[in-house]
Design a protein around this ligand. Structure first.
Ligand code: FAD
Length: 248
């Protein structure tokens, strides 16, 4: 793992990143590390701990491992089950997908609370000196032979050498790059999810296996309805996700 907290040399390149989700934060941190001058624009006036479970496999965890202290903080917040047990709706085990060997071969994975992970990455961006502007909603993009940039709600015009659109699923920037509106398409499925203190689970004899002896990750597959439950942080927190095309 190569970590560096050396201040970046100045490349003279100005980068604007739109959206402070994981994509925007990662792009901003990496551009800053390359010595570019970065401004990150986020429409939310403050970043709260939102969401529930999210997974970063080895392909993305290796990026976090480059940033001093970040992987260590994510690891402390992560689920540490040895794999995912997949059952049918009758409770019979179909498959145990083991992660231990995968992690040895490909690297660590981080499964945990999206908002907690996001806060770690956001704070790292601030610590290394990324210029983050919250409450900055991009209304439009522009590009001509001389310059490129964005126009904020309220009319402020900001120019840069590079503009990265990382504003998520309804990205306006992607529409400009692709030349058409790539709208999200409904899959027919709805997902219901929640995250809570595992205290009640630990009291229930039928569910105690989730919180005893480390974290567990179990999925039940049924006709049109699937349920995934996970204990996290050594049985302290609990997350469940129900996916169905009957609830849509
Ligand atoms: C609040 C929130 C909660 C989520 N919870 C979960 C979860 O629990 N589990 C899970 O698997 N995934 C969750 N996701 C989705 C997941 O984080 C992302 O889909 C995935 O990480 C891709 O990240 P992204 O950076 O491309 O997009 P996003 O995470 O969607 O980030 C896009 C960012 O751009 C900002 N933005 C959008 N339009 C503009 C604009 N015009 N000007 C300025 N800023 C703009 C948004 O406010 C947002 O912060 C959540 C996303 C968000 C925003």
């Amino acid at each position: 793992m190569v970590q560096s907290s050396q201040p970046p040399s100045k490349s003279g390149i100005r980068v604007l990143v739109v959206g402070a989700g994981f994509a925007g934060l990662t792009a901003a941190i990496e551009c800053h590390r390359k010595g570019h001058s970065v401004t990150l624009l986020e429409k939310f006036p403050e970043l709260k701990i939102l969401g529930d479970i999210i997974s970063f496999g080895p392909n993305s965890s290796r990026i976090f491992q480059r940033w001093p202290g970040v992987a260590e903080q994510l690891d402390a917040l992560s689920q540490r089950a040895d794999g995912l047990e997949i059952k049918n709706w009758l409770g019979e085990t179909i498959l145990k997908q083991t992660w231990t060997a995968d992690q040895e071969a490909f690297g660590i994975r981080f499964d945990g609370h999206r908002g907690e992970f996001h806060e770690v990455v956001y704070k790292h961006a601030l610590e290394i000196g990324v210029d983050v502007r919250l409450g900055a909603r991009v209304e439009d993009y522009f590009e001509n032979d001389d310059e490129a940039g964005v126009i904020l709600e309220g009319g402020e015009r900001i120019t840069a050498n590079v503009v990265l659109a990382a504003e998520g699923v309804r990205s306006q920037g992607r529409k400009i790059v692709l030349g058409y509106d790539d709208k999200p398409k409904p899959s027919g499925y709805a997902v219901y999810r929640c995250w809570f203190d595992a205290g009640e689970i630990a009291k229930d004899p039928d569910l105690q296996f989730f919180t005893n002896n480390g974290d567990k990750h179990v999925a039940w597959l049924g006709p049109d309805v699937h349920f995934i439950a996970a204990s996290v942080k050594n049985g302290k927190d609990f997350s469940w996700v129900c996916v169905s095309n009957r609830l849509y």
